[in-house]
Structures are given as C-alpha cells and as structure tokens.
Design a protein. Structure first.
Length: 207
C-alpha cells in the first residue's frame, strides 16, 4: 500500500473508530495540540495494552499509523491491520521499520508503542520530531484483554521535541543513545501524566 493510500485509509479508520471507542470508553484527551498537524512525527510510548494503539489513533488530531504491539499482533490479523492503515510487526521488525521510515519520509505520523522496531533507530534514521504519549486506564487483566466497558481513559500527548542525538544512524552506539533518550522521555511523560491524573490506575482501570 502506498503512503497516500495508507494516509487515506488511516483517516477513514480514525473517523469511524474514534466515535466507537469514545462510546465504549469515555476519554479525556490532553495535549493533542502538541502533535504537529503536518510533517513527519514519531509518537512514542510504553503501552503494551491491546487497545492502546486504537485509543491513540482515535485521540490524535491527524491520521496516524500504529506499529503493531505484541498484544495487537496476537489479537488482530496482519492483513486487517494493514487494511486499517497500520503496520504489522513480525519479529525482528525489519519490514515494520522499513514501512515506518517510508511513511515518515512521506511526512506522515507513526506511532511506536513497543520496543520493536527500536524507536531509537526510527528516530535517528528519520530525523522526525518526537511526541510522547501516555494512555491511562487501557489495561485489562492481561495485555491482550481490553479494559472493562465504560472504563474512563486518559490520553496525554507531550510537546514535540527534537531528539538531539547526533551520529551515524547505522551505528549501534547512536541507536542505543537515542533509545535511552526516548526511554527517559517516556518515563518522564508517565511520571507527569500520573501526577496530573492524581495517582495510578488499578488493573481494572479505576483508582
């Protein structure tokens, strides 16, 4: 699927998926204005939950392409994921990385919520600005379970930032440095998000 086709599909899915998810899970979205409305952007987070990608897609103010997490890959057939404009990720994630970089080079937004493909590599290879995202309340009993119906969800986007890690994007040291920088950005975003929320959610999605 070409980038323009993926963009049109992602926009259509967002328009359909958003109202459905908001009906099932009332959501509070914070910081959506931080997500640049044009140009490449890499949205990063540590969100293994099954519905986290869909919730980010529904909350984002522009179409985004979500890289499949392990939980999503267990529950959603790759063909269906592709049909939704997203990126299946089969270990070791080489195809997903290539597709993500192609989309970023086409000025699109990619969401990476897991460790594969390495967000540090995507960041240094693309040069795209980084936006963190934290989804609170998306957990079920296990990562492949959705949250209980009508659970309150919070989605918080952080400010767009340049990674600021120079070096050869093919060098292991550069990718590791970028990965560590992104990891710290995500940790800081989660600490701030939970502090603003007033405390972490329980596994059932309630405080």
């Amino acid at each position: 699927m070409r980038p323009a086709q993926r963009l049109n599909v992602a926009a259509s899915v967002r328009n359909v998926l958003g109202p459905v998810l908001r009906l099932a899970y009332p959501s509070d979205v914070w910081g959506a204005h931080h997500l640049p409305m044009s140009g490449p952007v890499l949205v990063v987070g540590d969100q293994p939950e099954l519905l986290a990608g869909g919730l980010v897609k529904a909350a984002a103010p522009r179409p985004v392409h979500v890289i499949g997490t392990p939980a999503a890959m267990q529950a959603v057939p790759p063909a269906l994921m592709q049909a939704a404009g997203d990126l299946p990720c089969v270990q070791p994630g080489i195809d997903a990385a290539a597709s993500a970089l192609h989309l970023l080079a086409s000025d699109e937004a990619v969401v990476a919520l897991g460790p594969t493909p390495a967000p540090g590599y995507l960041a240094v290879a693309s040069g795209a600005p980084i936006v963190t995202v934290v989804v609170i309340g998306a957990a079920g009993r296990v990562s492949t379970d959705p949250p209980r119906l009508r659970a309150r969800i919070e989605v918080r986007f952080g400010p767009a930032r340049d990674l600021g890690v120079p070096g050869d994007p093919c060098a292991i040291a550069t990718v590791r440095a970028a990965g560590e920088r992104i990891r710290q950005m995500i940790v800081d975003a989660r600490v701030e998000a939970f502090a603003r929320h007033g405390g972490p959610f329980t596994e059932s999605g309630a405080r």
